[in-house]
Design a protein around this ligand. Structure first.
Ligand code: UD1
Length: 422
């Protein structure tokens, strides 16, 4: 298995291009199942999660071609041959469950494996099921698979979600585009990836209003047509690389970055003493000499502080002046990076969903293990700021969500290399 070797090397300077959003692409791809006509996505990120979704769509009979070095995905669901999402693919990636709503809407039938346990928490699918049942689906769990049927077709309804789940919002919105009548989804998630999905569905002919607010209204149509859509910038990759100059010092411009994608995160960076400005090409982040201030963080659904940046923010807080409290409210088991950061000299105490971090003068390089996607990149950030060498093993987690991480960080002066496994 490959690992990544990082050597602390002082301030970083230069530019980092930000890719299209993994999480947006993973919901835009299943949208192809809603139409017989082709859907083309541009600005797609080159990631193993995207290859997993490609394999899933192909297993259903969709055609997916990866063009222009993977940045363009040309898809067609003209001749689908299956409506079953198999456990062998779903177990690799929870976002596979996003084929449920589209398959049900197009065929009146879908069989989707439950994703099973996930390292960062239980992550059930009850909110997806409740929303689709409100639209008239009959869903039962048999042998680890959700069997969903809508013999008379889906029908629009008013439904309020108990929690603003991102994936459930996406599944329900996609299903409702082809339902008869109007669906009003209350307490919907407001993430930019949902806005991006709705913009794409609208290009395909869907009638939707209210995306980006907590009430989304969908007027069902008979059919959707083909479209071309550019995937929105990845706000999590953006936030991650904004932390690189924050933790190491220097000045880095994030190409393609937009303030509106990372408002709550930038507010915390500013409070920590990190400077963020808008430029013609993106966002520029700089930190002068000295340590950042400790700030407290609570993760919340958008527009709150994103859970997907909590691990990376913790790496920064490990080097801050003072004590910060990080509260994780989205996932119940998302502090697995904490013991690894402690191996690097950090001072962290975890009690339930709260981590108390007391900043130290200097982190020290150490061999550490990536436990999930965002945890793995937090260890790389810590390694950039640490004295000596840090080896991060199990980097397959990183490959799921960060394209060309070595090249991007090398480009701003980091000392980082990928070591091939035996
Ligand atoms: C998406 C993102 C993920 C991000 C998360 C929260 C994708 C592919 N992934 O995941 O990177 O961390 O949003 O911003 O877009 N829940 C239930 N029942 C359900 C569904 C969810 O209890 O039916 C719970 C989950 O266990 C979790 C919380 O709701 O505790 C948030 O999950 P959700 O918003 O659904 O996240 P995902 O869509 O899985």
């Amino acid at each position: 298995m490959d690992s990544i070797l990082v050597t602390g090397n002082g301030p970083l300077n230069g530019q980092i291009p930000i890719a299209g959003a993994k999480n947006a692409c993973l919901t835009l791809m299943p949208a192809t199942l809603l139409s017989e006509e082709p859907l083309t996505l541009t600005n797609a990120p080159r990631l193993s999660d995207i290859r997993t979704m490609t394999a899933l769509l192909q297993s259903l009979g969709a055609e997916v071609s990866s063009l222009q070095d993977g940045q363009v995905l040309a898809m067609s669901s003209h001749d689908l041959t299956s409506h079953t999402a198999d456990y062998e693919i779903v177990r690799k990636m929870r976002a596979s469950n996003l084929v449920l709503g589209p398959l049900l809407a197009r065929f009146g039938e879908a069989v989707v494996s439950l994703p099973g346990g996930c390292a960062i928490g239980a992550r059930p699918m009850d909110l997806h099921v409740e929303g689709l049942e409100a639209l008239g689906a009959e869903i039962e769990l048999k042998d680890g698979y959700l069997h969903a049927k809508a013999p008379g077709g889906l029908k629009g309804a008013v439904h309020e979600m108990r929690f603003a789940s991102v994936g459930a919002t996406e599944n329900i919105v996609m299903a409702a585009t082809l339902a008869k009548g109007t669906t009003v989804l209350k307490n919907a998630a407001r993430e930019p990836e949902i806005v991006d999905l709705v913009e794409c569905l609208r290009k395909m002919g869907a009638q939707i209003a209210g995306e980006g607010t907590s009430t989304i209204e969908i007027q069902g149509v008979d059919r959707l047509h083909g479209a071309t859509h550019q995937v929105v910038t990845d706000r999590i990759e953006l936030g991650t690389y904004m932390l690189a100059p924050a933790i190491c010092g220097g000045e880095v411009e994030l190409l393609g970055g937009r303030m509106s994608l990372v408002d709550s995160f930038v507010a915390k960076l500013n409070a920590a003493g990190v400077n963020v400005t808008e430029t013609n090409n993106g966002l520029k982040v700089s930190r002068k000499n000295g340590r950042v201030n400790a700030v407290d963080v609570v993760t919340e659904p958008f527009p709150g502080f994103p859970t997907d940046l909590q691990a990376q923010m913790m790496a920064l807080m490990c080097t801050a002046e003072g004590t910060s409290v990080l509260e994780e409210r989205i996932f119940e088991n998302r502090f697995m990076h904490a013991p690894e950061l402690v191996r690097m000299g950090a001072s962290i105490e975890v009690h339930g969903g709260t981590a108390t971090v007391t900043g130290v003068d200097q982190l020290k390089g150490a061999p550490v293990m990536a436990t999930d996607l965002r945890a793995s990149v937090s260890l790389i950030l810590a390694g950039l700021a640490a004295e000596g060498e840090t080896t991060v093993s199990r980097v397959y987690h990183l490959d799921r969500g960060y394209e060309h991480v070595v090249r991007k960080l090398e480009g701003v002066g980091a000392k980082i290399e990928r070591i091939k496994g035996q």
